[in-house]
Design a protein around this ligand. Structure first.
Ligand SMILES: CC(=O)N[C@H]1[C@@H](O[C@@H]2[C@H](O)[C@H](O)[C@@H](O)[C@H](O)[C@H]2O)O[C@H](CO)[C@@H](O)[C@@H]1O
Ligand SMILES: [Zn+2]
Length: 298
């Protein structure tokens, strides 16, 4: 049976969905919405935080992509998400590595994807799922990773193309997504996390960042338009993060990637509405929506 409320999240690598939207996904699953994850690559070029798995790396057995599919399924089990898709099918597009590395030139690197082809794959998902809400990254992919930038381009291109009845009718009936959001983290929230890390001092495994201005994905508070309170699902998000051990280390209320820079695990997740009508404000003082489906027919 199709749920009344349907949300599609478009991400670059296994782990981005949990880091950016884990609590939101768990909350909407619990509320009976259909939550669909579309991940564009398998994360083949990732670093590996688990020493026993180091040989899976791209420059050795090159098996990290398959392993991260398994990690992703475990993370989605923790959140209750069952609809997990890979753009063009698992393995179609390869993790491009960080901007400027040789892996950017791999023939299957997502950064080299034919955008029209990649958008068509995403349109097929949009027209099948028919989500009222789509979530992806801003035009810089949050922090400038090529796969994040490309995921943004594919997601935004697919939202536009899916709505056009003249575009590829073979990919399904046209569907207009009502609201599109970009993931974001307000600078003030990051600064609070930095101060919490500093207060933790030697109690945490991680290095501290000195200022939110040093974090590339910090945004001014005034561009945020929604805050989804998923604190009731923080344990789900914690478990989902721990399901990505090659990429994420969790230590109490903090997590870090292979750069060992500690960040707070956020139970409230933030969004910027970029397409569609803003719904009624939630109870918070900022006037932000507290539900991504706010203002849409029940
Ligand atoms: C969260 C995210 O997008 N992770 C990507 C990213 O990983 C970073 C990369 O390994 C970098 O070299 C490290 O310094 C940084 O700590 C990592 O987060 O890029 C990987 C390669 O494209 C990708 O697999 C991973 O999912
Ligand atoms: Zn990523």
């Amino acid at each position: 049976m199709t749920s009344a409320r349907r949300i599609l999240l478009v991400h670059a690598h296994p782990d981005d969905e949990t880091i950016n939207n884990g609590a939101t996904m768990a909350r909407y699953v619990a509320e009976g919405a259909q939550v669909t994850l579309l991940t564009c690559t398998l994360g083949e070029e990732g670093e590996i935080l688990v020493p026993e798995l180091a040989q899976l790396a791209a420059d050795q057995a090159d098996q990290l992509g398959g392993y991260r599919i398994w990690e992703l399924r475990g993370a989605m089990d923790a959140l209750g998400v069952t609809d997990i898709r890979f753009l063009g099918g698992a393995g179609r597009y390869r993790d491009s590595g960080m901007m400027g590395v040789p892996a950017n030139g791999h023939p299957r690197a997502f950064w080299n994807a034919d955008l029209d082809e990649a958008v068509a794959h995403a349109v097929a998902v949009v027209r099948e799922v028919r989500p009222q809400v789509v979530v992806t990254y801003d035009e810089n992919g949050g922090y400038g990773h090529p796969d994040h930038i490309q995921a943004h381009r594919v997601a935004m291109g697919a939202v536009a193309a899916a709505a056009d009845p003249a575009y590829r009718p073979d990919l399904g009936e046209a569907w207009t997504v009502a609201k599109v959001y970009w993931c974001c983290v307000p600078r003030s929230v990051l600064q609070q996390g930095i101060e919490a890390m500093a207060a933790a001092g030697d109690e945490t495994l991680f290095q501290g960042v000195t200022s939110a201005d040093d974090i590339p994905f910090a945004v001014p508070d005034d561009v945020v338009t929604a805050a989804v309170d998923g604190t009731a699902f923080s344990s789900h998000k914690d478990a989902a993060m721990r399901a990505h051990p090659t990429q994420i280390l969790v230590d109490g209320p903090f997590f870090a990637l292979s750069n060992n820079l500690g960040l707070e695990v956020l139970g409230v997740e933030y969004y910027r509405l970029v397409q569609g009508e803003r719904g009624p404000a939630g109870p918070g003082p900022e006037g932000w929506e507290d539900d991504l489906f706010a203002g849409l027919p029940a």
